[in-house]
Design a protein around this ligand. Sequence first.
Ligand code: 2M8
Length: 423
Amino acid sequence: MSLGLRERASRVLLDNWHGQSTIPASGLYPHQWSWDSAFIALGLRHLSPRRAQRELESLFGAQWPDGRVPHIVFDASTPADAYFPGPAFWQSAAVTAPGHPATSGLIQPPVHALAAWETFRAAPELARERGFLPRLYPRLVAWHRYLTGRRDFGGRGLVSIVHPWESGMDNSPAWDTPLSRVAPTTSLFTRRDLQHAAAGERPTDLDYGRYVRLAQTYRDHGYADDLATHAFAVEDPLTNALLAASEAALADIAVELGLDPAPHLAELARVRDALADTLFDGGDGCFHARDVHSGQPLRCGSVAGLIPLVVPGLPVADALVKTTVGPRFRLGEIGLPPSFDLTDAMFEATRYWRGPAWFNIGWLLWRGLRLHGEHELAATVRAGLLSAADDVGFREYVDPLTRNGHGASDFSWTAAVILDLLA
Ligand code: 2M8
């Protein structure tokens, strides 16, 4: 099984390569996405370490002067109306230097330093020869500095996201309450996504109207990061957990570069403490996002609440492990992580981030479980992900109960994490 699967996964990444970076999937996602590229690099490093390095370098080549890494880097050779919202909507040229690639103005979860370190480890000699880490490290530091310096709206040492697209888990039920306060846009727009995917598996039109309104407001304020501009501002456990894990990776990178890792280890400890002290719910055995405007925890069964397992030294890992195998996620039994609590009435097995299992999330849990010594459960997750991909191909997401595939086919991060699991 493994040989065929590896070859098929490699083919997906080769086909989706666009010269300097990889698109998530043709049709639905025809540009470069930020956190997709990080997962893609984790797989590409086994296929072509040089390409994996290029993947991250081209993403960071589009970094903004303020340090933010945009969530989409537009491919200039792709028709402008292939994706909505495209370059004309975001108008990034107004805030970046001439010649800068066109990008969105939002961010995505900061898994990049972790991917950069793993990419380096796959081919240290080539990376040293190419100056991969010396060039990337200051950019990674500036990225984290943007997050901690400009996005701590809650004043509690955690990063706030200002749009559901920034979470990477766009229509997660966790965002329903804060999103309900947002008036949908009155501008007319065409949803290009529905030309490539079934409406029943995507966010609703009402969701999109709100997404567009939030992005328009941010853009019309020159992408300034002040809380008053943002109707939506939440502290998300997944974003902050990946920041902490990436600080641990920055410490490793610093050592490789002959620099002092101590500031990164201190930052890891600081974010980890802030997460555990403020977003962990002991009664529920998981982390909850917090709505910065209301000050309320967004109590809901999103799998994002389990992702802090990737944080080294997390003091509440045992409680999280218990939750993963309990009735809400049944990870030990089904091997695939539902994106939302299976027992909740809001669970929808095939609608995007409201229930389906995603391979990048499975990979993060696999990594987190191993980090905390849960090797048997990690092996179950690995087997679940591999057999699902073998059965249905490299789909964007799968129904965690029937294991039927949904969303885009030949989806890059699915193929990439499968390659990594096979390595
Ligand atoms: C999805 O998000 C984009 C908007 O950023 C979309 O729906 O068009 C999400 O699944 C996100 O996590 C992912 O990075 C992106 C590309 O795969 O698609």
